[in-house]
Ligand binder design. Structure first.
Ligand code: ADP
Ligand code: ADP
Length: 213
């Protein structure tokens, strides 16, 4: 198996970029989406994760590592994963290395989306998502075609409860403390490719494609 890791602060545009890459044969895996699916189904894991996510805190490493382990071990060796929102801590990154090694796989690249905090706050406060298919919009920068409903399935869009300004600021400091150290971890392995995420969606997508070529 092969994997590309999308790294960057909340709101940098990881999910938005991942959408095009899934058209290129990558299997998009977002731990945030997997956790929200558990919350929707009211599983014990979902109930544990909900309170933490609403406060902008991380769910425990063993929970997300377990989800990724299940996924990787249930997929055939030719899979091309695009990891969005995982790993987010050094422990997760080390566990990912172990999982990938046990499947004789490789991390091909780590794409780092750089984006200033000021821009992130604007992006997250205008973000809306489809609770049915997971499509992501922005009311100003990437609006749905008809009012506040999904272009794919006409479901009413929702604002995530963790996209309130106060929680956003908390998430940014958690990113700086716990996730930013992964840049050095992967830079030492020569895997990091930086992309300026403070550009139009089309330009960010084009730059990411170039880094993957
Ligand atoms: P965003 O798209 O804004 O970066 P995500 O949808 O990736 O947010 O994640 C939403 C929340 O889910 C995170 O704030 C965190 O609480 C939890 N979460 C997602 N992935 C992880 C992870 N790898 N480790 C710990 N918590 C996670
Ligand atoms: P992440 O997965 O990194 O949290 P998203 O892909 O969900 O980020 O994007 C966050 C918000 O910003 C969404 O509302 C999305 O429509 C919007 N967005 C994403 N990329 C851009 C961009 N390049 N320019 C303007 N808005 C963007």
């Amino acid at each position: 198996m092969k994997a590309v890791v999308l790294l960057g602060p909340p709101g940098a545009g990881k999910g938005t970029v991942a959408e095009v890459l899934s058209e290129k044969g990558y299997r998009h895996v977002s731990t945030g989406d997997l956790l929200r699916a558990q919350i929707k189904e009211q599983t014990p894991l979902g109930l544990e994760a909900k309170a933490l996510m609403e406060q902008g805190k991380f769910v425990p490493d063993n929970v997300v590592v377990g989800m990724i382990r299940d996924l990787i071990s249930n997929t055939d060796g030719s899979a091309n994963f695009l990891l969005d929102g995982f790993p987010r801590t050094l422990v997760q990154a080390q566990k990912l290395d172990e999982l990938i090694a046990s499947e004789n796989g490789t991390i091909e690249r780590v794409i780092l989306l750089r984006c200033p905090d000021k821009v992130i706050v604007k992006r997250l406060s205008g973000r809306r998502s489809c609770p049915e298919c997971g499509a992501v919009y922005h009311m100003l920068y990437n609006p749905p075609k008809n009012g506040e409903v999904c272009d794919n399935d006409a479901t009413a869009l929702i604002q995530r409860s963790d996209d309130k300004e106060e929680t956003i600021l908390n998430r940014l400091s958690v990113y700086a403390e716990q996730t930013a150290p992964l840049i050095g971890f992967y830079a030492e392995k020569g895997l990091v490719r930086e992309v300026n995420a403070d550009q139009s969606i089309a330009d960010v997508r084009a730059d990411v494609m170039e880094q993957l070529a």
